[in-house]
Design a protein around this ligand. Structure first.
Ligand SMILES: Cc1cc2nc3c(=O)[nH]c(=O)nc-3n(C[C@H](O)[C@H](O)[C@H](O)COP(=O)(O)O)c2cc1C
Ligand code: SF4
Length: 516
């Protein structure tokens, strides 16, 4: 009987040596005459434990981590002889970090062989698509609407409304564009999903095609994700071979094809209309709205633009029903969200939980506080355009509306943690600098505002007319919020103003300089 071991080939695991561990295990097995079957799975999302090796034993999956290449031999010996090993963590599913999650979108990530259609199906894959084949276009869109699923790319727009709009358009040519640009600092959920369970995303895209009448899908993946591009490319081939993608899918008379476009390397290419321009081969600049992409999108045709996680969540919605999905969450934030813990945090990784989990539970219970062990100072929620939160705000629930009430946002679910050593005036300067670097330049409030904002924060850092310059920044932020064409310029004020409001002491540079 062969010994089955799982070693992730997820980019995060590979970056800390998973390939070397896999190679060492193969050599050590050969030396011991063991019949080893090595599965390269996705990451379980417990990044501090990578490379995480799992043994599929008589009592289920047993975890070991983080494993170094020179521990391969001792690991195999421990497994073969049934003795302990210093890296043993017990049953994988019993590790608190995993056990206390509610994995719906990520249910199969790290569990299955990402490129085995058979494994995918054995773990509930294709159930949603099979259900969709029995439904009308309208009924599929309605199920997605009723589930309460909102766009996971940041704006939280109801996916069902977007799908209904595309479905109602009369044109024969329509597109499903999957936004896999994932530009937010500290986020990695889209990548993890594409590398760990690519068929789920493709299944969601086929369902979106059936629901709207589109026959062509495009996944726009950032060029910095070569592993995801390779995995998605091979997954498309495998699903086509299995008859679940391509022409006349499983004899249904319906076609749906998917191709991949490599991103152009700019943050703004993640904004949906810039992304459409980039796919068309144009420069990634923002288009004015209206018209919205659902009516006039790719090549002027009706287009669904959805984030990876939005599309990858649709299969579970159809497989288990809108009511099942809607049961998770709070208020108007239904279902689960893949939170990504990053920055100065002890246990960084992916936590899928129902909306309503508090920031504190994520950072402290799951994340274990700061990696440095120094006191927590702040966390930025929702990527580089999101607000900073203070210690007093940690009991806020992760819910679109609750955060908006506190001038914060959930965005793509990224949480970047900072300890007491962070300088919030520097962070405000960085927010403007980021906007200056990444602005597409189409509208003045963002193009010029970001430069003037950075210059003004630099004056504050030098202790020049601090009160007057803070007032100037607040004025500028109002203009950028109200006058920018897209959320790049429109949201840059969020980190800036939250830093000023919550951490005024960091802006009091004149007193600090005088005291020196
Ligand atoms: C500057 C900027 C960058 C963005 N980057 C991304 C991104 O990387 N990935 C993404 O899915 N959405 C991104 N968005 C949001 C998209 O414009 C769009 O709302 C989203 O792709 C729609 O899909 P959803 O409804 O499934 O969230 C960005 C928006 C802005 C303004
Ligand atoms: S806000 Fe910035 S990124 Fe958006 S359209 Fe204007 S210049 Fe371009």
């Amino acid at each position: 009987m062969s010994l089955v071991l799982f070693v992730p080939d997820d980019a995060a695991a590979v970056s800390v040596g998973a390939d070397r561990v896999a190679a060492a295990l193969a050599v050590a097995a050969e030396e011991r005459g063991l019949d080893l079957r090595l599965v390269r799975n996705g990451s379980r999302g417990m990044l501090w434990l990578e490379p995480l090796v799992e043994w599929d034993g008589p009592d289920g999956r047993m975890a070991f981590g983080p494993v170094a290449p020179d521990e391969a031999g001792s690991l195999l010996d421990a497994i073969s002889s049934g003795t302990g090993h210093p890296r043993a963590l017990g049953p994988t599913e019993e590790i608190d970090y995993l056990k206390n999650q509610e994995r719906l979108t990520f249910a199969r990530v790290g569990v299955i062989d990402p490129l085995s259609v058979r494994d995918f199906e054995a773990h509930g894959g294709l159930e949603g698509l099979k259900t969709a084949l029995t439904m009308t276009e309208e009924a599929i869109c309605e199920a997605v609407l009723q589930s309460g699923l909102r766009g996971r790319g940041g704006a939280g727009f109801p996916a069902g409304i977007k799908w209904h709009t595309v479905r109602e358009q009369a044109q024969a040519e329509k597109y499903i564009c999957c936004n896999a640009d994932e530009g937010d600092s500290g986020t990695f959920a889209d990548r993890m999903l594409m590398e760990g369970d690519p068929f789920t995303l493709l299944e969601g895209m086929v369902i979106a095609g059936f629901a709207t009448g589109a026959r062509q899908g495009i996944v726009y993946i950032r060029s910095e994700y070569p592993h995801a591009i390779s995995k998605m490319t091979r997954a498309i081939e495998a699903l086509e071979e299995a008859g679940w993608l391509g022409g006349n899918i499983r004899g249904s008379g319906k076609d749906f094809r998917v191709s991949i476009r490599r991103g152009a390397g700019a943050y703004i290419c993640g904004e949906e209309s810039s992304m459409l321009n980039s796919i068309e081969g144009r420069r990634g600049t923002v288009r004015s709205k209206p018209p919205i992409p659902a009516i006039h999108g790719l090549f002027g045709k009706p287009t669904v633009v959805n984030n990876v996680l939005t599309l990858a969540t649709v299969p579970v919605v159809l497989a288990k029903g809108a009511e099942f999905y809607k049961d998770f969450g709070m208020g108007r934030s239904r279902g689960t969200q893949a939170f990504q813990l990053a920055g100065n945090i002890r246990r960084g990784g992916l936590v899928e939980k129902a909306f309503g989990v508090t920031i504190r539970e994520l950072i402290e219970t799951f994340g274990g506080g700061t990696a440095t062990g120094r006191p927590f100072r702040t966390a930025q929620l929702g990527g580089p355009l999101g607000a900073y939160v203070s210690e007093e705000m940690l009991d806020l629930p992760m819910d679109y509306e609750a955060l908006a009430e506190h001038k914060a946002m959930l965005g793509h679910g990224g949480i970047t943690v900072f300890d007491e050593t962070v300088d919030m005036a520097e962070m405000a300067r960085f927010a403007f600098e980021f906007c200056e670097e990444e602005s597409c330049g189409k509208c003045t409030p963002c193009r010029i505002g970001a430069v003037r904002g950075r210059e003004t924060v630099e004056k504050i850092l030098r202790g020049e007319n601090v009160a007057r310059n803070i007032a100037l920044i607040e004025d500028l932020c109002e203009l950028m919020t109200d006058g920018s064409l897209c959320a790049m310029g429109g949201l840059t004020p969020m980190p800036v103003l939250s830093a000023i409001l919550l951490f005024p002491e960091d802006f009091d540079r004149a007193s600090a300089l005088a005291a020196e």
